[in-house]
Design a protein around this ligand. Structure first.
Ligand SMILES: [Zn+2]
Length: 240
């Protein structure tokens, strides 16, 4: 049984409360990091969607231009055939040129029909790209606003954390070095609450009963013990 003045235990409990607050703030800061990453990811996804759809739009426009130039080429060929027709000697040659012109005309009307479909597809894709662009702009504005809030939250958290560090150092100075040493060792092992009060023979760190004799001693002598179940530092807290 280590006899420790009650004030020392109280200071240690205060120290622990400050440290627990520090752990909470640190986890908030970690959450902030995740939030920022998620926002960036969302933005990147929206940007990629605009890029992908824009590329598809360009491909559609190119196909339309190709059709246009095919039609132009065919019209030129028809003109050439017409010129040739003026100079042909035989009916057979004339008929062959005429047949060529008909075929070209037929091909052009097929291409023009396809061009109508291409125009429709271009229109649809253009409005889709436009819609995605608008969504991206809205998202950008939202992300920017959210990030501003996050930055503030982060700055607040860092400030609290540095204040906590200052407090920890100050409070730690007031604690008996041997007690502090024990606390630090338990804390390194337990990683969360290192000192817990005992109420009605129960360690509040692990909610298990401590041996009655240990409980009696804790009540009779001010001091700390190590819980045989969870290895936390325990002390008796007088019922109010
Ligand atoms: Zn315990």
């Amino acid at each position: 049984m280590r006899k420790i003045p009650k004030e020392q235990i109280d200071i240690l409990v205060d120290l622990q409360a400050i440290e627990v607050e520090g752990i909470r703030v640190k986890s908030v800061l970690k959450g902030i990091e995740g939030k920022t990453k998620a926002l960036d990811k969302q933005l990147k996804r929206a940007e990629n969607a605009v890029i992908k759809e824009s590329e598809e739009l360009e491909a559609l426009k190119k196909a339309y231009r190709d059709s246009e130039s095919d039609v132009k080429d065919n019209v030129a060929l028809i003109e050439r055939n017409r010129d040739k027709m003026k100079a042909v000697k035989t009916n057979k040659e004339y008929q062959a040129l005429l047949k060529g012109i008909d075929e070209m005309k037929e091909r052009n009307s097929e291409i023009e029909e396809r061009m109508l479909e291409q125009l429709e597809a271009i229109d649809a894709k253009e409005s889709q790209v436009e819609k995605l662009r608008e969504e991206l702009e809205t998202l950008k504005a939202n992300v920017e606003a959210e990030k501003k809030g996050i930055l503030k939250e982060e700055a607040d958290g860092r400030k609290i954390l540095s204040e906590i560090d200052g407090k920890v150092n100050k409070v730690a100075e007031a604690i008996d070095p041997r007690l502090m040493n024990l606390y630090s060792r338990v804390r390194a092992r337990i990683k969360d609450v290192a000192i817990a009060p005992v109420r009605d023979c129960v360690c509040t760190g692990c909610n298990m009963n401590i041996p009655p004799q240990m409980f009696n001693e804790l009540q009779q002598v001010e001091g700390v013990e190590i819980c045989p179940h969870c290895q936390r530092m325990i002390y008796w807290e007088k019922p109010e």
